[in-house]
Design a protein around this ligand. Structure first.
Ligand code: FES
Length: 123
């Protein structure tokens, strides 16, 4: 460590030679390279963590992805006789079912279906 400090001190002294500057510059570039390598590895670790949350593992592949959380509400008065709500997250009419779960089930072997809310039939 003292050698490095002496080299840097000598480079900034009035009698510094081109060779002193070359050594110091080499040392600086080496330090930058090592820093860059470490920063890259650290960011890769972060990237790997984010990769674990890749689209393939998401329940919701594309509905309102710009939102931190997808929350929908529906007033009971608006339900009428029956409303069919999507639970597969593939509906273009989300939160309502448009039948996209059928294609999803065929492609994946999954068995998801909608939530149907309706009024009891009065006798
Ligand atoms: S489209 Fe998603 S449950 Fe029907």
């Amino acid at each position: 460590m003292n050698t490095v400090i002496n080299l840097v001190n000598r480079s900034f002294s009035s009698d510094a030679t081109g060779r002193d500057w070359a050594y110091t510059a080499s040392l600086g570039f080496a330090a930058l390279g090592i820093s860059y390598f470490i920063a890259t590895k650290v960011s890769e670790l972060g990237f790997l963590c984010a990769k674990k949350k890749s689209k393939g593992n998401w329940v919701n592949p594309e509905v309102k992805k710009e939102d931190a959380k997808v929350v929908d509400s529906c007033d009971i008065e608006d339900i009428g006789e029956k409303k069919v709500f999507c639970r597969c997250w593939r509906s273009a009419l989300f939160p309502y079912c448009d039948g996209a779960h059928n294609k999803h089930n065929l492609e994946t072997g999954d068995n998801v279906g909608p939530l149907i809310i309706g009024r009891k039939k009065s006798n």
